[in-house]
Design a protein around this ligand. Structure first.
Ligand code: HEM
Length: 675
């Protein structure tokens, strides 16, 4: 890549690059709806065509011949070339498209990474891509075509379709491939005349024709039935669970890691009176979910019933595709760390007001103490109301709804008991409270909060965020305080039960808070280096959301196992946290695993906040909130664990938390709370 005197990027794109760019749908942040198998065939077709254009192979309608096996230096093309060179018999293009299609995902991954490196695409959290608005110029056509790379590719293709000029062979090949996947009509408006022209163009070039036909043949009728190549999914006998030491302690990630070691990355559980449950565990399936899950897995189905409990439909965690991307983009600022940092003084003051209610001698459930502390900050900061009086009931209602309407471990009528009906009404109470303080007059001069964002979204597009969804979205931050609170109780337990770590965290806390409140740069910088790694290690060992649930919407083969359409899969993304090939001595608490050169958390093996498109939006906010709370409680108080000989047991449903027996005692106050 070079930079010209005008500062424009100049780079020759390969056919896989061009195909990926043409298929990118800016609305959904990923590819146009091309079925997975067709996409894989088209991508492999583009790699074969590129090899053909640069003279490494020759292909016609009957055969594909290797001309030169010298590596090209392109990591997308070289494995394809190597596979062809390793095959003794001469095969045709159809054979190679089918043989190599299962490898297409790695070509797609590398192509996307390269386009990001080239500043042509921009990568967003949750694995979405959009166009970077960098001015760009193709190396092989220096002239007036300056614009984004996609504009460039699309302009060329539209010229080929809508004018009578003889197109460049590269354009013909791209048109052949996109036409074969049947998405040309979504990219360009085609009338009868232009459709006829497309048919004509696709016949103009021999490479384009042969590759296009090979891809078409594979999409229509693959040579081998794909399912014939797959393995049967092993079923884990239920006695394995009963006897497992991690299951007895409630540690789901450790349990799934062990099952994965014995049964492989895809296995099935068949609990009595429940549908089959397919589990995905391990680094390969994590990577697959992160990058490719969106094409095959859907979030909507498992949440459908749960949404109704709150009277909603189309809530963010239950959306897929373009609507989901749009929603995330619109609401992302409301959950950002920047928003929290902007209200740091208020945060400190809410926290301190709550700490002022702690009295020496207090002994309470660890979970309860931490949830209340977190909610005392999260509720006013995100929706500008106090909800301490009702938050326990809101949590109990949500937990029950998760057990009845998602996990299916309690019958549905258990959400209709008198106490649950009373709690359900409190969701309306939250909405009333939030709406009453979010009139224009009340909000005058206030810092913007999440409720402002949601209510604006509602006013701007009542179809997209209807009134019926406000009950859920406005009460969700109070529910999130349950998750953050439970994680904080694990973290505080880990600190109090390991004095050598407690001492180090106390040292950082005292250095930060002894002379007043730290500013934003200090509280996010090197001054919290140890605490940050300590929290990361707690989230590895005790992730509160150990897995995600999805339904298979397109049948797919993962690691050699077929996930059938309609099946429910449980992505145990945190099972990798307990795998020794990723995390050295995984059962040991080791904060040094996050520093160079080890950096064991890099990649998709560390996933306490989920994977793929639905990755937690509150990550940065949560990290900061956990850090500040841990440091402040350590600076101001001496806490102890009760009973003193407590051994950690986890309550795993509906999300992981320390069991009720864990209590924290306020044994002393180390520093006065400033007024
Ligand atoms: C320790 C605390 C937290 C943990 C471990 C956590 C973890 C997760 C996980 C694993 C998911 C993905 C679920 C899935 O794939 O189905 C998720 C989604 C989400 N989280 Fe968190 N979360 C935490 C706190 C928060 C907080 C405090 C907020 C907001 C203030 C938040 C906002 C969200 C949102 C909006 C989503 C849905 C994203 C989407 O569907 O696109 N989370 N979280």
């Amino acid at each position: 890549m070079t930079r010209s005197s005008e500062g424009l990027m100049t780079k020759q794109l390969t056919l896989p690059d061009e195909l990926v760019l043409t298929l990118l749908n800016e609305e959904s942040g990923y590819f146009r709806q091309v079925p997975g198998w067709s996409l894989n065939c088209a991508v492999v077709g583009s790699a074969l065509a590129e090899l053909s254009l640069i003279g490494r192979i020759d292909t016609d309608m009957q055969s594909l011949i290797l001309l030169d096996q010298k590596p090209t230096g392109d990591p997308c093309l070289d494995p394809v070339l190597k596979a062809i060179a390793a095959e003794p018999a001469q095969r045709n293009a159809q054979y190679w498209v089918e043989r190599l299609a299962p490898r297409a995902e790695s070509i797609i991954d590398m192509t996307l990474d390269r386009l990001v490196d080239l500043n042509i695409l921009q990568h967003h959290d949750g694995d979405f891509w959009s166009l970077a608005q960098t001015a760009w110029r193709s190396g092989f056509n220096v002239g007036s075509e300056v614009g984004t790379a996609v504009e460039f590719v699309k302009t060329r293709i539209s010229k080929a379709i809508f004018s009578n000029e003889i197109p460049d062979p590269r354009d013909i090949i791209i048109i052949c491939l996109i036409h074969t996947c049947d998405v040309l009509r979504y990219i360009f408006e085609l009338d009868e005349e232009s459709e006829a022209r497309v048919e004509q163009v696709t016949k103009m070039d021999l490479i384009g024709r042969s590759i296009g036909d090979a891809v078409h043949e594979n999409i229509a009728r693959p040579l081998f039935r794909r399912t014939a190549l797959t393995k049967a999914i092993p079923v884990v006998p239920l006695r394995k669970l009963v006897r497992n030491k991690h299951a007895r302690k409630g540690n789901l990630p450790a349990l799934f890691a062990e099952l994965g070691e014995e049964f492989g990355p895809v296995f099935e559980l068949r609990p009595p009176f429940q549908d089959r449950m397919i589990f995905l565990v391990g680094p390969e399936t994590n990577h697959w979910v992160h990058r490719h899950g969106r094409t095959y897995l859907r979030a909507r189905d498992y949440l459908e019933d749960f949404e109704k409990v709150y009277g909603g439909s189309g809530l963010l965690p239950a959306l897929d595709g373009a609507d989901h991307f749009r929603y995330r983009k619109s609401i992302q600022p409301g959950y950002s760390r920047t928003r929290l940092v902007g209200q740091l003084d208020e945060f400190y003051s809410y926290a301190r007001n709550h700490f002022a209610t702690w009295e020496v001698g207090d002994k309470r459930s660890a979970v309860d103490i931490c949830r209340k502390l977190v909610n005392s900050e999260l509720s006013p900061l995100s929706v500008s109301v106090d909800s301490q009086d009702i938050v326990d009931d809101l949590h109990k209602f949500k937990e029950r709804a998760l057990k009845t309407h998602i996990a299916g471990i309690l019958p549905k009528f258990m959400l209709k008991t008198p106490s649950m009906r009373r709690r359900a009404k409190l969701v309306d109470e939250v909405v009333d409270r939030v709406l009453s303080v979010h009139t224009p007059a009340q909000r005058e001069g206030c810092p913007r909060d999440l409720a402002d964002d949601l209510l604006n979204m509602h006013a701007a597009d009542r179809q997209f965020l209807p009134e019926s969804n406000l009950r859920f979205v406005l009460s969700a931050p109070l529910i999130a305080s349950m998750y953050v609170g439970d994680e904080l109780s694990f973290i505080a337990y880990a600190m109090l039960s390991q004095p050598e770590f407690h001492e180090k965290i106390r040292a950082e806390a005292d250095a930060l808070f002894l002379n007043g409140d730290p500013d934003a740069d200090t509280i996010t910088g090197p001054a919290i280096e140890f605490t940050r790694r300590f929290i990361m290690e707690c989230m590895r060992l005790y992730p509160i959301v150990p897995m995600s649930v999805r339904n298979v919407m397109n049948a797919v083969v993962v690691e050699g196992y077929e996930l059938p359409e309609g099946a429910r899969v449980f992505i145990a993304q945190t099972s990798t946290h307990y795998m020794s090939d990723l995390f050295q001595d995984p059962l040991t608490f080791d904060v040094d695993r996050y520093t160079a050169p080890r950096k064991e958390h890099l990649g998709t093996g560390y996933a306490p906040y989920g994977l793929g498109t639905h990755t937690c939006l509150g990550v940065r906010w949560t990290e900061l909130q956990l850090t500040i709370n841990l440091l402040m409680m350590t600076h101001y108080f001496d806490l102890e664990i009760a009973p003193k000989n407590y051994e950690l047991k986890i309550s795993p449903f509906p999300s992981q938390r320390p069991n009720k027996k864990l209590k924290f005692v306020v044994a002393g106050q180390r520093h006065e709370l400033p007024v």
